[in-house]
Write a protein that binds this ligand. Structure first.
Ligand code: ZN
Length: 391
């Protein structure tokens, strides 16, 4: 075959194609290179003396959707100093049994949220080879942005039950994955960042987890702490759910079933309900004063959150807290107590508008990766894979 055609067919430079074997599920290309003067790796002198040949089977990118092998006739040279050495090939790293481009392809496929096993099947190499390749990919800790968001997820890595996800809350980018959410791990991590960089951090978005706030105060002296909106809104949702559950206990079996089945009507924003559902919701609330008051508080709080006027939000927030505290509904009294405790961070959420919303998308990706990789006990590998799939 004309050498230019070989080059185009195989995508390999300076290779001579000697023979092709086509089978149902594989194709083998028998290749070799032309002899050329070599530099001895031992003494540095030039030699063209061929010692012998040996064939090596090399895995390559699949062609025609078949397992593809290059059978390379490797040439060994011998130098006048006595050293015998193998020819080098641009497409094949020394001591490897797969082409460089196959390794690159595998690394690219690992960016997709799919299991190592499925990648292994597609490219006809073992899962352990792929895991080893993944270990050659490394992502160093990023420089810190002005606006940091931190959230946790249940990762089940060997380092702890909860791993942390660090994002740029302004640019909505994943920054890093941390091995554990406890104080020791977090401190160790942020101690690594240089002081000037830490001093530049202006906002720190987190949930109502005390160690996060302590951390922010210790390492980001110029940062305003913001409690993530989705995390504090949940307390209102939980409160009204708990009121419903408490009231249900005193209901007849059929009524209990109805309230349980129709809980969406109570949880959904009233204005978003269709007219018939509004009526159904009204009826549910008519049953009990506590539930009606709870529903009123829930709607009111959502209104406050949805407003874009901070001066109104600040005043209304405190009015809400005081009303809830005096409501006599235990679920909302405790919710109000939590809000009072975290009022500074909650009001900052209203004032500056930053949230950890961007982590949600990453959390979903992590969930998929976790499922398809059977938990990924090895934290380093898990971190690499998440970052690899996210940036
Ligand atoms: Zn030599």
């Amino acid at each position: 075959m004309h050498s230019n055609c070989t080059k185009k067919l195989l995508g390999l430079e300076d290779v001579i194609l000697k023979k092709v074997i086509q089978a149902d599920n594989y194709v083998k290309f028998f290749i070799e290179t032309s002899p050329s003067p070599q530099i001895c790796p031992c003494c540095g002198s030039q030699t063209s003396r061929i010692h012998d040949y040996r064939s090596q089977v090399i895995k390559d990118l699949p062609m025609q959707m078949k397992h593809t092998y290059l059978v390379l006739r490797k040439r060994r040279y011998i130098c006048s100093c006595g050293k015998r050495f193998l020819e080098k090939y641009s497409f094949l790293p020394t001591y490897k049994r797969q082409t460089l481009r196959l390794s690159f392809k595998i690394i690219a496929l690992l960016r997709e949220t799919r299991s190592i096993k499925s990648v292994a099947n597609e490219v006809n190499v073992s899962a352990s080879t792929i895991a080893r390749l993944l270990d050659t990919v490394s992502y160093s800790s990023p420089s810190l942005p002005e606006c940091i968001g931190i959230d946790e997820f249940k990762g089940n890595a060997e380092t702890g039950k909860y791993q942390c996800i660090l994002v740029d809350a302004r640019k909505h980018r994943l920054l890093d994955i941390l091995p554990d959410r406890n104080q020791a791990h977090l401190s160790a991590y942020f101690r690594e960042a240089n002081r000037a960089e830490r001093n530049r951090v202006k906002f720190f978005v987190c949930d109502m987890w005390k160690p996060y706030v302590d951390l922010a105060k210790a390492y980001f002296p110029n940062a305003t702490v913001i409690i993530d909106k989705y995390h504090f809104i949940r307390y209102v949702t939980w409160a009204i759910e708990n009121v419903r559950k408490r009231l249900q206990k005193k209901m007849s079996a059929s009524l209990r079933k109805y309230y349980k089945r129709s809980r969406r009507l109570i949880l959904t924003r009233y204005q978003k309900l269709k007219d018939e559902n509004k009526k159904a919701c009204d009826l549910m609330l008519l049953y009990n004063d506590d539930l009606r008051a709870a529903h009123y508080l829930k709607e009111w709080f959502y209104d406050i959150c949805q407003s874009s006027k901070y001066s109104y939000q600040r005043t209304a927030f405190w009015e809400w807290v005081k009303t809830a505290e005096k409501s006599g509904i235990p679920e909302f009294m405790s919710c109000a107590a939590t809000y009072r405790n975290w009022s500074e961070g909650i009001l900052n959420a209203f004032k500056y508008g930053y949230t950890n919303g961007p982590t949600e998308g990453y959390n979903n990706k992590i969930k998929v990766l976790k499922r398809i990789s059977y938990g990924m006990k090895n934290f380093k590998r898990f971190r690499t894979r998440i970052i690899h799939c996210s940036i």
